[in-house]
Each structure stands twice: as structure tokens, then as C-alpha cells.
Design a protein around this ligand. Structure first.
Ligand code: ATP
Length: 312
């Protein structure tokens, strides 16, 4: 549906987006995740035709953005980071105005406004002025604006930025609901946000894509080595080392934070293997030691994000 090839954007000497290749499928909810200044907003502004790229190409539903900007703008609803709203207008009047500029026929306007009001949870503030609304409701109004012409694609720049935790949950729910029918690309620098809302996460850093996949697949990626923690009553460190010395799935064995008690704590670094825990358990079971603890460290998305976006 969306095909981005070698997309590059310079601001004078500064390369904000650096040869990005990305294909986004119909119906995907894609979280564009990256630290501040990674190039998320620039990518979204170029994708929506609000900025011209320095080089590279964007095709959406077969339209090339250089030649068919108007058609592409018609396919996309865009919610910028600070949605430009008219604060002195009532929510209803504002949506009515947006419906007019989007060319919604007058006999269909009311139905469309009602649909969006239900979807975005605006019913109770329809007759309030936008300036009086909380940030969460302002964001919902911006979302209704972006969806007025029922676009196939929604592009949301940091849609939960500055919202309180309850408002964040509400906006996430709305995004998930809309994502059942639409293609959504949203940016965030909050990991849990990307994980909770998207099918696919693209991590961008210094203008480049550094990871692309589901939260689950990213957690599994790069995991060539994993570690297992065990705590035992009975043996000393050297005896445990001897027990596992012939096991070639175990790369190294290190003592781990031994306290003053009679429990020996050990970290086993292993080559990833599905039956890792079972192997270790069976070996220990064959001894007369008491197994106090056995658990595998899992790589968190936070850890992957830090590894991928740490300053070089
Ligand atoms: P944030 O999460 O802070 O919004 P971002 O990932 O959206 O960051 P961008 O806003 O795209 O990142 O910025 C990428 C780089 O381009 C940054 O170094 C930024 O300072 C720079 N930049 C952005 N807009 C402009 C501009 N109009 N002129 C010059 N440099 C810019």
C-alpha cells in the first residue's frame, strides 16, 4: 500500500532522514518509535506531503507523491503533534467547518459528525468551546478532524504526547478501534505505547531504521546468547561449574551476587535453545542439591531500544 524508497531529508547540512526504505501494508498499525530528534516528525511530514524530500520516492496505492500529491493527500488523514484547532469555536461548529472544507455533502454532514463523535468519544463536549477542553479532548477533536473524510490511512504524530495516563489509555483505545479498519502510522518515543498499540514497530535513530518487526520478534532478535539464573543449596561454585562443563550449549558460567547465606547463585550464559531450562533442570535433578531458583532472563523491549539507539 505504502512504498517508501531511499527517502532522505536534509535541513541544510543536517540529515534528518537518511535513505529510509519501508513498505507498509494495508491494515497495519505501525508504531514509528525513536528518541527525540530521531527523524520521526520529518518522516511523517514528508509522507503526508507537507515537506518535500531531498531525494527518494514515496508511492501510495500506486500514486507517486511527486506527481499525484492531491490524490495522496486525499488518502491520508494527518494529526500533527500539536493539532491546529480554533480554540474559540465549539467542537460541533469546528467539525461542521471541517466537514465543509472536506467537501462532505450537506445532507451527510450530521451523520458523519455523529459517527466521529461516537468513535472519538466527543459526545459530552460537542457544545463546549475547544479552548475549554482538556488536552485529551483536544486530541480527540484533532483525531475526528483527521478522520472526517474517512481516509484509508491515518498518520498520527505523537498522539498521546502530554496526556495524563487516563487520557493515554483512552486515545490508545480509539487508535486500536480505528486500526481494525484503517492503516495507521503513529510516532512515539514511548516504548510501552508502541508495544500496546501497534502490530509492527519500526525503530528509527539518527534518521535511519535500526529495527523493524513485531514487539515479540524484536524481543527475540539479536538474542544469540541468553542467561539463566540458578540458586542452589548444597554445592560450591566449582562443583556447579564441573556439572555443566561438558555441556556445549553453555558458553560461560559466572558466580552471581552471592550473599552470606549458604545458597550459591550462578549465572549460566547459553546459546539460545528452546529446551535450555529443561536441560539445566534435568542435570540438577540428578544431584542431591536443592534447587532454590531457576529462571531465564528475557530481553526486554527497553533493553533492545537502548542498545539500538544509544549514542555511538
Ligand atoms: P521529537 O521526538 O523530538 O519530535 P523527531 O524524532 O520527531 O523528534 P524530527 O523533529 O524529525 O525528530 O527532527 C530530526 C532532526 O531534524 C533533529 O535533529 C531536528 O533538530 C532537525 N529538524 C527538525 N525540523 C527542522 C527544521 N525545520 N529545520 C532544521 N532542522 C530541523
Amino acid at each position: 500500500m505504502i512504498h517508501i524508497e531511499k527517502l532522505t531529508k536534509y535541513y541544510n547540512e543536517l540529515c534528518a532522514v537518511d535513505r529510509i526504505d519501508l513498505d507498509i501494508n494495508k491494515g497495519e498499525v505501525l508504531g514509528l518509535l525513536g528518541p527525540n530528534g530521531a527523524g520521526k516528525t520529518t518522516t511523517l511530514r514528508v509522507l503526508t506531503g507537507f515537506l518535500k524530500p531531498t531525494s527518494g520516492s514515496i508511492r501510495i496505492n500506486g500514486y507517486n507523491i511527486d506527481e499525484h500529491l492531491l490524490q495522496i493527500k486525499g488518502l491520508i488523514g494527518y494529526l500533527p503533534e500539536s493539532a491546529p484547532l480554533y480554540y474559540n469555536m465549539l467542537v460541533f461548529d469546528y467539525l461542521n467547518f471541517v466537514a465543509d472544507i472536506r467537501g462532505i455533502e450537506s445532507n451527510k454532514k450530521l451523520t458523519r459528525i455523529r459517527e466521529l463523535s461516537d468513535l472519538c468519544g466527543l459526545n459530552e463536549v460537542m457544545h463546549k468551546s475547544i479552548g475549554e477542553l482538556s488536552k485529551g479532548y483536544k486530541q480527540r477533536t484533532g483525531l475526528a478532524h483527521a478522520m472526517m473524510s474517512n481516509p484509508e490511512i491515518l498518520v498520527l504524530d505523537e498522539p498521546t504526547s502530554g496526556l495524563d495516563p487516563n487520557q493515554i489509555v483512552e486515545i490508545r483505545k480509539i487508535i486500536k478501534q480505528i486500526g481494525k479498519e484503517k492503516t495507521i502510522i503513529f510516532s512515539t518515543h514511548i516504548l510501552s505505547e508502541a508495544e500496546a498499540t501497534s502490530d509492527r514497530i519500526v525503530i528509527i535513530n539518527q534518521g535511519k531504521i535500526v529495527a523493524d518487526g513485531s514487539a515479540q520478534s524484536l524481543k527475540g532478535s539479536g538474542q544469540s546468547e541468553s542467561s539463566v539464573n540458578i540458586a542452589l543449596k548444597g554445592p560450591d561454585f566449582e562443583s556447579v561449574k564441573d556439572l555443566f562443563s561438558a555441556d556445549n550449549t553453555i558458553v560461560r558460567i559466572e558466580p552471581d551476587d552471592n550473599g552470606n547465606d549458604d545458597i550459591v547463585r550462578i549465572k549460566l550464559y547459553c546459546r539460545s535453545s528452546s529446551d535450555l531450562m529443561e536441560n539445566i533442570y534435568k542435570k540438577i535433578k540428578a544431584t542431591d542439591w536443592v534447587l532454590v531458583e531457576l529462571h531465564q532472563d528475557t530481553k526486554t523491549l527497553e533493553k533492545i531500544f537502548r542498545e539500538l539507539t544509544m549514542e555511538q
